[in-house]
Structure formats: structure tokens, C-alpha cells
Unconditional design. Sequence first.
Lengths: 292, 773, 159
Amino acid sequence: MYPAPFAYERPTSLGEAITALAADDARVLAGGHSLLTAVKSRATTPGTLVDVSELPSLAGVDRDDDGLWIGAASTYAALLADERVATVVPMLADALASIGDPQIRNRGTVGGNLVQADLGADLPPVALVADAVLTIHDEAGEHQREISDLYGEEVGADHEPAAGLGTSALLTGVEFPASDATGSAYVRRTHPATGYATVGVAARLWLDGDMIEELRLGATGLCRRPIRLTAVESAVRGQSIEDAASLATAHAPADVTSVDVHDDPNVSGSFRRTILGTVTAAAIDRASGVDE
Amino acid sequence: MSSAAALERRDVDNEHVGRRVERREDDAYLRASATYTDDIRHDGTVQLAFVRSSHAHATVDEIDVGPALAIDGVVAAYTWADIADSPSPGVLPIRTGSLERNVPGHPVLAIDRVRYHGQPVAAVVATGPYIAADAVDAVSVTYTPKTPVLDPVTAPDEDAPNVHDGVPDNVIARTGRGDPTATDRAFDCADHVTSITLENNRLIPNALEPRVAQARYDTVRDRFTVELASQSVHGHRRKLAETLGVPSRKLRVIAPSVGGGFGHKGHHHPGEAMAAWAARDLGRPVKWTATRRENYLEGAHGRDHHTEAAIALAADGRIRGLRVDTIANVGAYGLGGSAAMSGWYGSLLSSEYAIPAIHCATRGVFTNTCPIHSYRGAGRPEAIYVTERLVDAAAHELGFDPVTIRRHNLIPSDAFPYETAIGTTYDSGNYEPALDRALDGIEYDRLREAGRNRADGRLRGVGVACYTESTGGGHESAVVRLEPDGHVDVAVGTHSHGQGHETTYAQLVADVMERPLANVSVNEGDTTATPTGTGTFGSRSAVVGGNAVVSCAETVLDDARSLAADILGVDAVTLSYREGHFAADDESISLADLAARSYAWNAPDGVEPGFRTATSYAPDGTAYTFGTHAVEVAIEPDTGALDIVRYVAVDDCGRRINPTLVEGQVHGGVAQGLGQARSERTVYDESGRLATDRMLAYALPRSIDVPRIETEHTVTPAPGNELGVKGIGEAGTIAAPPALVNAVVDALADRGVRHVDMPVTDECIHQTIQSSD
Amino acid sequence: MAEHEVELTVDGEAASVAVEPRTLLVHAIRDQLGVTAPKIGCETGKCGACTVTLDGTLVKSCMLLAVQAEGGTVRTAAGMADGDELHPIQQAFRATHGLQCGYCTPGMLLAAERLLADQPNPSRAEIRSALKGNICRCTGYQHIVDAIERAAADAGGAP
């Protein structure tokens, strides 16, 4: 309940922020809804928290022909209130709406969700399916990174940010490139205790009539990084949408055979594996009815 | 004139009793101005925090508090050595009456050995909670781990390690209730025997307000004042006095507003004892506030019964006998009477049925886990669960509808008072109407006709559970007096922690005295205001406290009547009384006038100021609440996802003082019962560390998890108390678990499923379906 | 660690508190400003007893540092009533027995107020969904849902 001492910085420019983040054990404080829980239990003891709330242009939404740009410090609630999000990336709106509760949606941020990538976090699979592009600032300046870089092979220990980001780097924005998909959706089963997804699946679908031309699937809740469900994707490609549900259920297990699926006192890994197919089928079904 | 007469006479025009009176206490809660213990501020208060064992079972080799003391703002650090050097025993008293062996109670700080994860090992005191937490981290403790005993079922085995050295088989209490010979005979003659093995899952009570205490010590008068979140200030005073080694008179215990209790806040824990001890040691006010995690680790847990049971039946479905063998987990220490609890639990095993022979054997066993004590229901949910599951299982085996077999065995309404084969006497009951209402409510016949398999692919099930609940034990103290302006002051030894006593007691007194509610004040929760008392637990306050205040109020009125008669020079019996005025012919005198005269220096001999009347009331026997709950569920076979489609609760708690508050108790009880049945799972990992130590790991029911609860009632007044009331606080926690599990098993019955253990999570249902296919 | 001066307006009262960076907003409000309306129930952001609004936004005050609220306007349940007159939502809670022990009530009231501001005529399912972040252990939520439904009806939202 009572955090250990730490220093607190609230930079007003990106340069100051990057400098502050170079300090030992510095961590970015955005919404704080993943980080502070760990800080309060002293599971993590940062030396400095760098509050990014006063950095310019870290929040907000911009839409152009290339896609949708979202400031990393945008809260879930702010994005849910922005019609452009649901219009351009329906699965993102689904995922945002399923996060936590009203209070959490008011504080939690897109950047925090993606970087912290807690088990069962809803946004990482959506970003993965969307091939989101991250804008990152560090000592070398601004550069773009693929979302898949962030979730390389390992995400880092509990309560630590995604390993792919590097220390003293700041995620400032996420670009969801424009897509010509037919539809997309995100569906989850909610964990009875944590409130995160037990299993959540993001689906983006290209249909030609009833035929599935292309499908991209990302899943959360299985391990500490989102995974693509490539076995289901290829099984479903070229098949009728009518058959998608049974194909998804049949092939989803193949996507997690080599994954060390998380067990917890409430939900076993084997159950997560079990419902993956059903959740995937539901996501595909929903995506087929939601126009992108 | 008895209380019953007073209120019955007024049945037709009762102003308050039986009505949906809005709660008077709510204004303060709604304004968030009610004071809970943590809200109180005393100048100079320091914060106490515990260093807790990181092991389930270990010897404590060394404790170094030095680094903690070096932190700026740290005032003190204590270990058992400090307690041992003090005049206080420092061990929470254990009630040993019915126990096999004398075993040590729970020391406020560990003595050389820790016996559960989270047990207090040392205490630090600092100027504030943040520094206290830093100090806790700075204390280093060296342990030598020992093998923990974690499974209560194998704890009595010869090769199991021992939690306590003097208890080689880890069994602290062994009881047998009922008649074993008659039960054996019943089984020998039975046409059919149904057996079941079941677990009543371990629960962690989660009153939303964590446990908290503030203690002050008056060095001049050698007196403690302890404010704490308590259901029973008198109980806590008695126990604290023992732990501190001081007479009760040296302790004033106050419970301000209390944020939920559920039994948990009736128990004596180390926190309040250590706060009081440190307040005396330091001569400063000391505050202790449990974090939620500490509440999980060290606040007494509930349930955790492991039972083998069998029911013997005749071919026609009549129950011949019931045999129950239960291992009850006690945890690492007995707290108060907790270790003896396993013996009380058999009382309700007959549920609503005429069962000629019952035998119940229990063993209370120690394990290296948090102590277990009574949690909302306290033995009743465990007992009813056994019988209601067995009856359902027997019905399925014999091919009877579960309702038919229940109806066939109900104790008939003309059989009361009814002595069950386990030896308890049910005061009253009329079970069939409640059962019928529940079945009508859930549309039982329609559901049966529609069958288990529906067009939407989901499996439907309907579950029914009948129950009885023993309520209103012990005695309770009340004091009623008039203030000089005629205002009625009521003090009671119970303590509301959400039940609404300020309203219900006032409703009773206002009707007896024919005064507006606004003219009645109710005080609880201060050992100075009510010198004696018992407390609020076990669904007892309306029964025992309610009758106590009514009895006092009537005496006050009678005494006022005598004075009125004297003043008016008439015979008391000729006086009429109406709404605060005694009248005879054309003369009248008001209650306020009489009250004022009673306080006057020249008041007549024998007149108590304010007609102050104190009583200790005990009902004539236990009041048995009963009812039937029914639930309809729908299950998605592919994932096990369960939806509670409808929930109907029909309860009979005799006369209802405030129907809205009764319904509130039912809703809350059912929600907690469904929490046990559906989601609440307590897990110690292989090393004995509590894995479900946060709300993010222990699945409490949220707003979206609890279905709408449709309530109905019947009224069978309790014959053993003048008001005819019965308790209702625990009914939902008793009925909901078997009703839900029965419904799930019913939904899966076509697949040969006979039982599922709680919590019946989606995963559990899915697994059951998989293994039955 | 160095203390920070934080300016806060709580229920209309402007104040300045010196806090360590690690001080949680709920502790600054309760222990330093003496406004005990927000309660502490869990520590993991689950129970919602500490719910307040910060600059009009519903938040859990144990999930923010006090320094993060610098210059902010906090409203607690203690600020809802208009003098002697309870807020209509408070009145609805009283009328429907929407509280028992009262400990979750400050958070529930603010969550309800926020919901009705956004959605004057919510369904029961929407009400339950809006209360997901607030645990109640006494009422089984039913009378709380009733209260919010009633408050909506009283405000003319529902038919």
C-alpha cells in the first residue's frame, strides 16, 4: 500500500524527459495504472518516476489517409469518446471498451498499455494485428519502430516494461496504418479476479463475398507477450466465413503448442488454451459484421 | 403486558414495525461524514505495522530490528522478547472447553517459530504509515524453513509433520454428534445409499473496510481506550483484557462506524492487541491499519471443510439416515472458539427433513495456514451444503425429481417443535409454502418441461435448496431511559456494521412507546454506554437485541404509568395511553412531563430518573429461519461459461421488522453465497505461501457478476421470543451455494455428472463436461 | 526524498499540502487535508472505495500520486449535498436502501453521478457495467442498481 521512496520529475519538454529517463531506475509514469500497483506493493522500486503528463503533443488523435495517429498518453476514455477510433480501427475501440472499469479507462493510457504489456492487456494484440508503428524518442532522437520489435521473444520480467523498447526511451505515439480490410473486432473473456482478459483475440478480416481472403489474428492472455495465431490464419484463408468458427476452434491449439501458457490460481493455462479457439471464432464472427 | 401483546395489539396500525422505513443512519453515510476507525485523528498518533512471516512453517533464528530503528521517524520496534518482558501474556486467548488438548493460543508476535505465511513476527512503530512500511522492510529475519502441513485431509496422517509439538496428529478437536448405532442400523436397512465427497471451499472474508484499531493509554488512570472495527465491543474487551493481562474494567472499547464485518470483525486478532500494548509502552496513541493484503494473510479465513457423507433411503425416497464425516481446517492456531467450531456445525444437518438417524463425526485439524474462524453463516452453510447436495444426488440416482424427494421428506408443519436426530430442536416451521413459492417463482414445472437442451446450444439447469438457520443465540443487554424532555434513549450491546439497528430498534421502541422515530435515539458500540453486552453476529441482533429493547421500553412505559397514576390520583389500570400522553377522564399528563419529574430532586421514592430500565434478554430457545432458494442456469458447453438466468429466494424470518432491510440482508447474503459457489478460491502454493493475497487474485463478486435476486417471503413467527422474529443475516450464504451447485449438476446430469466442487468456475464446468464426455 | 508543495482544491476548499513524491492522492486527501470521504479498501485499484473526481474525471485516488494531481480540483462524495439538501442521487440511495455499511458508498455515489451525467437513462445492465470498478460486499449491488435507476427516473431520464 505504501510505496518505497522515489524521486519525481515532471518534464515539460521531450529533451528534459529523455534526460530524466537516463537516471538509474527511472520509469515513465503516464496513467500509472499498471506501474503504481507494482510500486505500491513494492514489487518494483523505481528510483525516479518521470511523469509525462505535461509533455506537449503526447495525447490526442490525428487521422489522415495513411491512418490513425494516437498520442501515447491518450487515455482509453478519451479515445472511446473519439469517433474516428471506432471508424478507422474498430477492433481498437472494442479493446478499449473492454478494459477495466470507468475509473481505469479514465487514467490508463495507450502507451502504458502497450509498453507495460501486462498479462491479458487488451491493446498489444490489436497493435500487433494492425502492424502499428511506434514513435519512440530516446537520446538518439525520434525514430519509428515496428510493434513486433517491442514484443520480440521476451517481454521482460513482471512489472517491467516490454524489453524491446530499451531503457530511457519514451514511446510518444502509435500509428495505426490505414487498412483496406473488410472488418475488425476484438473479443475477450474477462478474468474473474484481475479484470484483464483471460484470453482476448483481435481479428482483422478481408472478405470477398463469403470467402475469407485474408485474416490476421492476435491473442493476449496466454503469456506476457501478444502472439499471432498463424495456424488459424492459414487454415481459414480461402475458406468460407461460414466455416471460420469450426476452423478456428480446430486450429487454435496449434498456435499455442510451443507457448508456455500462464497459470494462475483462478485460471489454468490449459483452460486458456481451451477457450482460445472459441474466443477466436467469436472475434472472427464479430469482425465479419463490423465494417472497417 | 408482554411485548408481543404490545405490538400485536397495534398490528393493525403499527406506525413503524413491519414497514419499509428509510434508514435513519443513512444521512451520515451518504454525506460521507460517518466516522470509521481509520477516520479518527488523535494528536501525536504513531503508526504500528507488522513484519510478517514469509514462510508457512519455520523456526525464527534471528530478528534484527536495528536497521529499522535507524530510520528517521521510527519510534520503536518489538519482538516477542519485548512482550515476554512485559506484564502482558501477549497470547490471544483460545477457548479450550471442548478441545482435546491444551494448545497454545496465537501469540501477538511469533515465539521462535512461525506457523503460517503472514504471521506477525515483529512490530514497528513510526510517525506515519509510509515510514512504518519502510521500517518493516528494514527488519531482517532469519528463518530455518520446516516442512509445512498444508492439506487438512492428510494432516492427521502419521507421517505428516506437526504444526504444534504437543499435537502429534494435528487434530485439535474431535466430536461425534447424533446416534452412531441408530445411524448404522438405518444404513443397514436402507434400500439405497448415496455417498458423496465434497469440499466446502476456504473463503477469505473481505469486509470492504480492512481491520483497524486505534489505542490510547491513560498513564494516570491506568486505562486503555481502544477504538476498533468491531462487531462486538464487549467481546473484544474481554479478549483484549486477557491478551493484555489487565482486568476488563481497565479497558474501554469503542466501535465507531464499521465497514462490514461478516464474522471476521468479531474475532480478536493480533493488531488491536499489539496497538494497545504499544500505546501503553510508548505512552502515545497508536494506530494500526491492516492493508488489504494483510487482511488476506492474517485475518481469519472461513469454511474449509472436507466431508465424506452418505444418505440412506427407502425405495420410496424416504430418508432413513445420514452419516457425515468432516475434517475441518482450523489453520495454524485456534482463535477464540474457532477450534471448537467444527463440533457445532452438525446442528443443522437435518436441514428441513425428517431424518430418523444422523451421525456426524468431525475432526478439527491444524495446518500451516491462516487461522480459520466463523465467517457469515459459521457452520450453517457447511452443514446445509452437505445435506442439500446429498438429497439432490440421491434424487438423481433414484430417478426422483429433486423437488419430489424434498417434498416427500419435509418435516410436517404440525410437527413443531421438532427435535432432529442430531439433537437440535427446531422451534417452528412451515416449509411447504416456502418451497411452493420458490418453485412458482422460478417456474419450475415449465423449466422441467422445456428440458436441459435448448435451441441456443446452451445447457439449462435448475437447482433448489431448502435450508434452516439457527438464529438468535445468547443474551443481550439493553438500557432504555427517557431524557428529561421525554426523548427516548436506547443503548444496546449489539453493534450494527451495516444492518441498520439505528432504524430497526427505533422502529420497535417507537411503536411500543407510541413516539415518533425522531424521538428515539439508539446507541451501540461503546462499552461505557452499555456496560454489558454480547454483540452482532450469528443473525442474532433482531431476535435478542430487538426483544431486549422492547422489554425495556415496556418497563419504562409501565414505570411512567405508575408515576402518572400517582400524580393524577387514579388507579394505573384506568389510565389510557396514546402517543405520549396518559389520560384518565378529563385529565392527562405527557411522557415528557413525567420524564422531567422523574429527574427532579423531589421525585417520588423508587422512581428511577428517566425510568431507566436495564435488562439482559435471552430468548426461549433458538429461532429457526428457513426457506427455499431456486436458481436457473445456462451453460455454454464449449467453454463452460455459466449464466445465472434467474435467482429466486423465499425466506421465512418470522415477523419482519423492516422488509426492505430484510431484503437487503438476503441480497447481500446471496451475493456472498454465490461468490463462494462461483468464484472465490483461496490458494496456498506448494510452499504454503498464500497465492490469492490481493483483490486482483481473489475473485470477489462484482456488480456484473451478481444476478438480480427475486425475493419473496412467508411468515412463521418464532414462538420463543415475544416479537416472533428470526434472524436473516446469513440465509443467503447458506442457501445460495447448494442451490447453484444443484443447478449446475442438474444442467450436466444427462452427461452423468453427479457433483462439482466449489467454486464452480467456467473452467471447472468445462473440465467436468470434458471428463464426462 | 524532497517534499513537493501540491496545490489542490478539494470540495471547493483550496489548500496546499507538502507531500513526498510517493504519497498517494488518497492519503493526501484523507490524512493531510482531513477529508475522509474517500475510503481505502484494497490497495490494488480494484475496490473503488477511494473514488473521487479529479478535474471532473472519475478516478481511484489510491491509483494516483498526490503530485500528479497538482493544481487539480477534487470532488469527493462529501461535496455532493447542497447544504442540508442531499443530492438527488443520495436521496435515491436512501430511498432504495442502496447502502448498508456505507464504506463503498462514497465511491458508488460518485460513479453513479458520473454515469447519469453521461447517460441519463441507463439500462440496468449499463448501470452494473458502470459500477464494475466499485466493490460492495453488503448489498449484492441490487439496491444500488435500484437507486441509480430511481435517480435517473426522478431526473426525468427514464419513462
